[in-house]
Design a protein around this ligand. Structure first.
Ligand code: PRX
Length: 652
């Protein structure tokens, strides 16, 4: 694979001595007589089971594991035989300790209300809701769908499910009714938890209406629990819909946490793949808990007194791992914000950091680029001196955004932890630690014990050349499998290179072993840090009555990284029009969600196809980006190439 490597970033940023000396990781190294970062990486790789076993001992187990790791590729079992529950570690143990009256969450609604929730209060709320779920007939192993925005009832619902051994499936509140329906049906969820409405950009988003639409064909759902948030008018269906506040009213604030074997599923989270059907990624209680706990503790160096703000949505894995489970296991205080980061003004985020004294802030490059566009005057209105570390996730951070983030937000004193990971990995896998020298734009090196490499098409390791990024060793939070689809799990991740996990990303490794992720290699787009399968958008477009065929490609965008551009073939007799463009965008929004709406739609007569009829997306993409089309001899209709080039030139 000849993939160009364009980044030529040379700067190195070394962490301050004070940060290194006081860091959690350095503390651990001292306790284990390890002197340097390189030595840590070596020891952890060599003694993988010992390394994770030591970290796992920092959590509480009902009974110890018999073996740390059983690796029968491509299936890994961690902490086998250990009796565990992530909620015991995230909540119960704090509620019975000095942290009882410590804040777990400082929640701010978009209109400005604040809810401060202590560990003790969170514990009681989770127990009450867990009892309510039991009363609704939810049992160990049952799936519960959660379609909630960023309100405290979202983590409460997740924790309540986990407490009783039920499996939660959170569906991002920006997804459409159709997307929700698909996920409910795939998992045969018994209960759905949703909300009347919530605030975004000053408007009320009526989520219950979407839930009702989804439930028109979701027969597994027997009960719907509705949180009252925005107070908008909704319809409650008799015998099916129940208000959250009604069902918890009479519940006891104590509920036993079930003891589970460590490998018991904790949740399903759907993510886009290369086909139109999303993949149900499964994570478990034990390994996932140890992996997320250890990575947050070491990478973001969280201490008792820190105020942590992971500004993601809990509907994505970032929020599952690093707003809900890991920070609670660490017993830190987290900020949680409901609304848009620029509402009512572009300094909302800086205002929140100043107000609550946030010390560690974690966001996505797309947000950094947006803040850059608004300019530093919005930042300078606020005192951000409490910040001591910053983080980035979701896509490669371009060095110019990295430097702006470092200079303007971090005031040149906060190292940036560029964490590379995925829904599937559950935890950071390639990431700096506070002791790692940083190169802007590189996620640096794998987390201790993990090994990553870059392979050419034949599985030969490459240096300084782009190739497939693979993870060659197991780690505790890695996905167990895909829900009801082990063959897709084996084929997607483990078949290209035997027993090696294929990330689907292209990267290159420099001479120092630093990894530079360049982007997706498969047919998945990364739009503003969200993963969207081209096939999903194409099938949404084709489901519109006016469309025969569609191809979707990514187009570089200054703020969002990539935006979606669609090429559409209309049914005979249908006239292209701007109304139809609007209608198609709306339709994709209805089918998937607003995040998947194409930024641009063009109508074409034909699309380049192979002899077997497969649309050659790569050729379309090359034309769109003004790159050479490469070998087109396998095309059935090579004339389409010139037609597309002409169309592009005409639009200029
Ligand atoms: O392409 C990589 C990109 O996001 C993908 C994973 O997306 P998702 O499963 O939705 O999880 C996002 C949050 C963990 C990856 O395959 N990605 C994520 N983090 C980075 C990144 N690309 C480069 N640098 C990162 N730090």
């Amino acid at each position: 694979m000849a993939i160009e490597t364009l980044l030529k970033e040379k700067r190195i940023f070394r962490p301050s001595k004070k940060l290194v000396e006081n860091s959690n990781v350095m503390q651990w190294m001292k306790e284990h007589k390890i002197k340097t970062y390189d030595e840590l990486l070596k020891v952890a790789s060599k003694k993988r089971s010992w390394f994770w076993g030591e970290l796992a001992k920092e959590l509480e187990w009902f009974s110890p594991w018999k073996k740390v790791l059983d690796w029968k590729p491509p299936y890994a079992k961690w902490f086998i035989g250990g009796k565990f529950n992530i909620v015991h570690n995230a909540l119960d143990r704090h509620a019975n300790s000095f942290r009882k009256n410590k804040l777990a969450y400082i929640w701010e609604g978009e209109p400005g209300e604040v809810r401060k929730i202590t560990y003790g209060e969170l514990y009681r709320e989770v127990n009450k809701f867990a009892n309510a779920l039991k009363e609704l007939g939810v049992k160990k192993g049952d799936r519960v769908a959660i379609y909630l925005p960023m309100i405290p009832e979202l983590p409460i619902s997740m924790l309540a499910c986990a407490k009783i051994g039920a499996i939660h499936s959170v569906v991002f509140s920006g997804y459409s009714a159709k997307a929700l329906q698909h996920r409910i049906n795939d998992a045969s969820a018994k209960v759905l938890i949703t909300v009347d409405g919530f605030y975004r950009h000053g408007k009320v988003i009526k989520l219950k209406d979407s839930a009702d639409e989804a439930l028109k064909d979701a027969p597994s759902v027997k009960k719907v629990v509705v949180v009252k948030r925005a107070g908008n008018n909704i319809k409650m269906k008799r015998d099916r819909d129940l208000w959250w506040h009604d069902i918890i009213e009479k519940q006891k604030p104590y509920c036993k946490t079930v003891q589970l074997e460590a490998n018991t599923p904790l949740y399903i989270l759907y993510t886009s793949g290369t086909t139109g059907t999303p993949k149900g990624v499964i994570h478990d209680h034990g390994g996932y808990a140890v992996g997320t706990y250890a990575t947050l503790k070491w990478v973001f160096d969280l201490k008792e007194e820190d105020v942590w703000w992971c500004a993601a949505d809990i509907g994505w894995v970032t929020g599952h791992s690093y707003i809900v489970y890991a920070p609670l296991m660490l017993g830190v205080t987290s900020v949680m914000y409901e609304g848009a980061p620029t509402y009512p003004d572009p300094d909302r985020v800086w205002q929140i950091i100043e107000k609550y004294g946030v010390t560690v802030f974690y966001t996505a490059p797309t947000a950094v680029r947006m803040f850059m566009r608004f300019g530093r005057s919005w930042v300078k209105k606020h005192d951000l001196s409490t910040l001591r570390l910053l983080g980035s996730v979701g896509e490669p951070i371009n060095p110019s955004a990295w430097i702006w983030y470092y200079n303007v937000i971090g005031n040149k004193k906060c190292p940036i932890m560029d964490t590379y990971w995925q829904t599937e990995t559950g935890m950071f896998v390639i990431t700096p630690l506070p002791i790692t020298p940083l190169k802007p734009g590189s996620a640096t090196k794998p987390f201790p014990s993990i090994e990553a490499d870059v392979y050419d098409e034949n599985g030969k390791p490459l240096t300084n050349k782009g190739g497939d990024l693979v993870l060659t060793t197991p780690y505790p939070a890695m996905l167990k499998t895909l829900y009801k689809n082990p063959s897709r799990y084996e084929k997607t991740y483990w078949s290209k290179f035997k027993n090696m996990y294929l990330t689907g990303d292209v990267a290159h490794k420099d001479k120092d072993g630093y990894i530079w992720v360049q982007g997706r290699e498969d047919d998945v787009l990364n739009v503003a840090g969200h993963r969207i399968g081209t096939a999903e958008v194409e099938s949404a477009l084709v489901s519109h009555p006016a469309v025969v065929e569609a191809a979707v490609v990514g187009k570089p965008d200054k703020i969002r990284g990539t935006v979606i551009k669609a090429f559409v073939i209309l049914k005979q007799g249908t006239k292209p029009s701007s109304t139809l463009v609007k209608d198609l965008k709306y339709h994709v929004g209805e089918e998937i969600g607003h995040i998947a709406k194409p930024a641009e739609i063009v109508f074409v007569d034909d699309l380049p196809k192979t002899r077997s009829g497969k649309i050659m997306r790569r050729v379309i993409e090359a034309i769109e980006l003004g790159k050479p089309t490469g070998d087109i001899s396998t095309l059935r209709n090579p004339e389409t190439v010139n037609a597309l080039i002409k169309l592009k030139n005409n639009r200029k």
